[in-house]
Design a protein around this ligand. Structure first.
Ligand SMILES: Cc1ncc(COP(=O)(O)O)c(C=O)c1O
Length: 418
């Protein structure tokens, strides 16, 4: 569908339709499309310094962005590494963690991830992601990773989606496996999407469980990599999902919303302890990773402008308002017969549709649900049978109400079979 223009919440098609972007264009857009302040910042930057090699050189937008990011991130974060997107932010994190142990001369090379994980489409990111039909053609080339059972079952017979650590059998299995692997002393890093697994269907797990996993990791000197590519910049109601836990990650991966969703940019941050292992006169200890467009000044300028908007009271209030509206809607439809489960955190609400097939990305209902809403000029792009709303923060209450109403009508229709 050719889109010729976008503004605020809307995408405009060639034939004049205005489509409400209820998924923030794959979770990237924070403040609405073509935000004038971000456009202006890019324009000004393009006239001053558009791009330079970032080896041996640096520039003001990158320095300012790094300093400002570190002020927002968990306090233990101390160094910023730039790359291009979410996948490369994760690649960098994995390489950093593995080389940290290599530089220290300690043999630790196992990586732990969660079942259902998605960290991107490059080889390292695919390796730590769920093994599924998307990466099946490359299965033999992916490196070995230990996957923990996802710590939530969504089964009524078990814990009814309560995310209760004491009740859920899957949680127990997850924690036990983490403990077992951690004690081998061979684990270099644990990579996770904090609290919400996006691509797996907006699957959520509790802060309590995240804390427990991080605690085990810390006790066993395992580097914790928080992939905040989707959850970062307010998505879960806090600036970063990691803020919900008391134990901070060692490495953080950022992208998507970092530029307000306007320019591609990846960032990986780490602690002083990690960077210390790379500071040496021995060239073999250098972190040899760089991209042509590392720290692109236009992307950095967009990120600085987006950050300024994000930190305004108005935007923070909007994030809270969307969260409250989602909770109200969740309460209203929680027991609908067409739903298997409803979950919400911050600006994300996910509805698991009741179908004959199991819940998965390949559940066939997804395609027709996408078309159904698109026909009504709403962009909702379900992950299989998981219908979710994750809007830019500039969405109004009436636009949210419209989406909820259309979803209710749709749920009624599938319930009555019309
Ligand atoms: C948690 C997470 N990590 C990494 C990625 C990959 O980001 P990108 O598509 O920018 O490479 C995504 C993309 O959806 C994501 O959700």
């Amino acid at each position: 569908m050719p889109i010729v223009r976008a503004e605020g919440m809307y995408l405009y098609t060639e034939d004049g339709r205005a489509i409400l972007d209820a998924i923030a264009s794959w979770w990237v857009n924070l403040h609405g499309h073509c935000h004038p302040a971000i456009a202006e910042a890019i324009y000004r930057q393009a006239q001053t310094l558009e791009h330079i090699i970032f080896a041996g050189f640096t520039h003001q937008p990158a320095i300012e962005l790094a300093e400002k990011l570190l002020r927002l991130l968990p306090k233990n974060q101390s160094k910023v590494f730039f790359s291009d997107d979410g996948s490369t932010a994760c690649e960098v994190a994995l390489k950093m963690a593995l080389q940290y142990w290599h530089n220290k001369g300690i043999k630790k090379n196992k990586i732990i991830a969660l079942q259902g994980a998605y960290h991107g489409d490059t080889f390292g990111a695919m390796s730590v992601g769920d093994r599924n039909p998307f990466n099946a053609p490359f299965a033999e080339k992916l490196f070995e990773v230990e996957f923990l059972p996802f710590p939530e079952c969504y089964q009524v017979a078990c814990c009814a989606g309560s995310r209760n650590m004491q009740k859920c059998k899957r949680v127990k299995l997850c924690i036990e496996k983490m403990q077992e692997l951690a004690q081998t002393g061979e684990v270099a890093a644990f990579i996770y999407e904090p609290l919400v697994q996006g691509a797996a269907g907006m699957r959520m797990y509790s802060v309590e469980i995240l804390e427990k996993l991080l605690q085990i990791a810390k006790e066993n000197e395992i580097i914790c990599i928080a992939d905040e590519v989707m959850t970062g910049f307010g998505r879960t109601g806090k600036l970063f999902a990691s803020e919900y836990a008391t134990i901070p990650p060692d490495i953080v991966c950022l992208s998507k919303g970092i530029t307000g969703g306007v320019m591609p940019l990846g960032v990986t941050t780490c602690t002083e302890e990690i960077i210390e292992a790379f500071r040496s006169d021995d060239k073999a200890k250098t972190f040899y990773h760089g991209h042509s467009f590392t720290a692109n000044p236009l992307a950095c300028a967009a990120a600085l402008a987006s950050m300024q908007i994000l930190l305004q009271k108005e935007t923070l209030n909007a994030i809270a308002r969307i969260g409250e509206k989602h909770i109200e809607f969740e309460t209203l439809i929680r027991n609908h017969k067409s739903l298997r489960n409803v979950r919400t955190l911050g600006t994300i609400i996910a509805l698991e549709l009741q179908t004959q097939q199991a819940s998965s990305y390949f559940n066939e209902i997804g395609k027709s649900v996408y078309q159904y809403f698109l026909d009504r000029n709403i962009l909702l792009r379900p992950l299989g049978n998981i219908l979710y709303v994750m809007p830019p923060y500039c969405i109004s209450n009436s636009e949210l109400d419209l989406i909820y109403q259309e979803i209710e009508v749709f749920l009624e229709k599938i319930h009555t079979g019309i």
